[in-house]
Write a protein that binds this ligand. Sequence first.
Ligand code: RUB
Length: 308
Amino acid sequence: MQGLEQTIEDIKKMRIRGALDIAIAAAKAMHLVVKKDAKDTQELIKKLRSAGERLKSSRPSAVSLPNAVNYIFYIAEKNKELEIEKFREKISSEIQRFVEKQERALKKIAEIGSNLIQSGDVILTHCNSDTVNMILEKAWRDGKGIEVICTETRPRYQGIITVKELSSSGIPTTLIVDSAVHLIMRKLKVNKVLVGADTICANGDLINKIGTSQIALCAKELDIDFIVAAESIKFSPESVMGSVVEIEERDPSEVIKAEKLKDVRVLNPVFDITDARYISMIITEYGVIPPEAAYHLLKEKFGWELEL
Ligand code: RUB
């Protein structure tokens, strides 16, 4: 199992990436902190808090990360009166339960999402989402004859991971450059877009890999369903209180090596915001919801965070 420092480094360097994997890795790193030496429960809670804050600041934009850490803070606070060994036991089993819950959520979404897919569907996806891939692979295993179009996803090319995974499952898969989306949607008769999520806001807006919002605009123009797959851990309780999600900007060298261009500003924002009105539905582990229902899901599932 990875230590705290290694996990923080791996999230920063994107060796651990994708919103769900980031949340699970953070929870597992916190689990190791629970085992650390401490003279009493208070000292251990301090260590958990400091580790959690560092994990939270390792990468912005995917709310699953602060949600996972804040949940562990909440459980720790609730059990702060326990004597240290009992506290360790309780928090360890709660973290394990949390991780298992995320894994169950992923499977449930695969089941629900695959029910929405029909033989003959031509589905376009962007970047690399485990949740999306699980849906597509389940639909394929269920005997649905689908075809998938993947964007390469500049500048980090996560689309290549997607095409490798899907094609090795046997799914007919096509790779396109990001700017070919509109043309290919028409040419190959794409009838669904399916993307993952880093954050779903209370108003139903989606934060996902840069380029997602352009794809949503193309889908709207061509009357193609734009579907999002997101576990509830990706819904943002902070957005209920009006806070705005920070859009991560990464090093320009990911776009082009600095020495190749002089006196040119290179920007590298890695996520964007898709307005809720372009989203047809969101598949969650609790079922399919319209984006307008995001607030209700948040109120129901994040009562602990919102102190409702
Ligand atoms: C990944 C990305 C994915 C979501 C959902 O961005 O935008 O669509 O994180 O992924 P990056 P998952 O590569 O920058 O982390 O469904 O695996 O949680």
